[in-house]
Design a protein around this ligand. Structure first.
Ligand code: SIN
Length: 275
């Protein structure tokens, strides 16, 4: 297989690999730890193959809010129909940050993609942390922040385009609030990185509301710098896996009138260790 980094700091494309082949798993895992986002180009897989690959990493997490594939309830459907305006995952976020044990990663398989547009953008939380001043890092290390699903998937969102089209549901189950380190030690690489994100992180524990809002807003702006990012352009058959403990991501909704259809499987993680 050929592994080509996408940028100086985040992401890699993998060519001539077969994710169905267990003998290739160690090399793919190594690339994942190094690059945090890997795109396996040109895979030919069924939903069973998708799940078998995911299970090599750990237990599969069944998403409470996304519509599931009828034949395979562990597979979440990420769909934007041609006549829909909103897309799932349009804001920068980290999947499952609101869970007590956040998911380790997600594995997205492109089934149908627009001819142009519909990329997924990613940010490196390790690179964003590294770029902060030592004084600011010292202030953040050891802090914890609340993450919640309520304001995103709860009843207040019932009018959203995704909810209205049936692509998300179960608003009554949006009751998770989880306290996680603001700066974590990555469980696989040992690298320090930020673990706050604009969609799910609501407040830094122990700070006043204005203090917390100011610091979170500063971090959210800082993390979005292009030098911490990579962008995956999709074709049908591509499979991208990202590390939720090392990245944010965002679906780029720039393909009005076109259909985009993906299958997502999410792998369980572990409790996060604070810096
Ligand atoms: C997601 O947030 O999981 C979806 C990303 C995408 O559709 O590009």
């Amino acid at each position: 297989m050929r592994i080509l980094p996408l940028t100086g700091g985040l992401g890699a494309e993998i060519f001539e690999a077969d994710m169905k082949d267990p003998a290739q798993f160690d090399a793919i895992r190594e690339a994942f730890i190094t690059h945090s986002v890997i795109t396996l180009r040109g895979q030919s897989i069924t939903p069973d193959d998708h799940l078998a690959f995911a299970r090599r990493w750990g237990a599969v997490n069944i998403n409470r809010f996304f519509t599931a594939l009828e034949s395979h309830p562990e597979i979440a459907i990420v769909l934007k129909e041609a006549n829909q305006t909103g897309a799932i995952g349009e804001e920068w976020h980290t999947d499952h940050a609101y869970d007590q044990i956040p998911a380790m990663g997600s594995i997205l398989h492109a089934i149908e993609t627009p001819a142009t547009g519909g990329d997924t953008a990613f940010c490196s939380m390790g690179a964003a942390y590294d770029a902060l001043s030592d004084r600011f890092k010292a202030m953040l290390d050891g802090l914890q922040a609340w993450n919640s699903s309520r304001h995103v998937f709860g009843a207040s969102q019932a009018e959203s385009d995704a909810a209205a089209s049936g692509r998300i549901g179960n608003a009554a189950k949006a009751t998770q609030d989880a306290l996680h380190p603001v700066v974590l030690i990555h469980p696989l690489s040992g690298r320090k990185g930020l673990f706050v994100n604009p969609q799910f992180t609501t407040r830094i524990e122990g700070l006043s509301r204005p203090e917390s809002d100011a610091i979170l807003q500063m971090l959210f702006t800082h993390c979005q710098k292009p030098e911490f990012q990579c962008r995956v352009r999709w074709s049908p058959g591509d499979v991208t896996m990202w590390d939720n403990r090392a990245t944010w991501h965002k679906a780029i909704n720039d393909y009005p009138g076109k259909r985009r259809y993906m299958h997502r499987v999410t792998v369980e993680g572990c409790a996060l260790a604070s810096a």
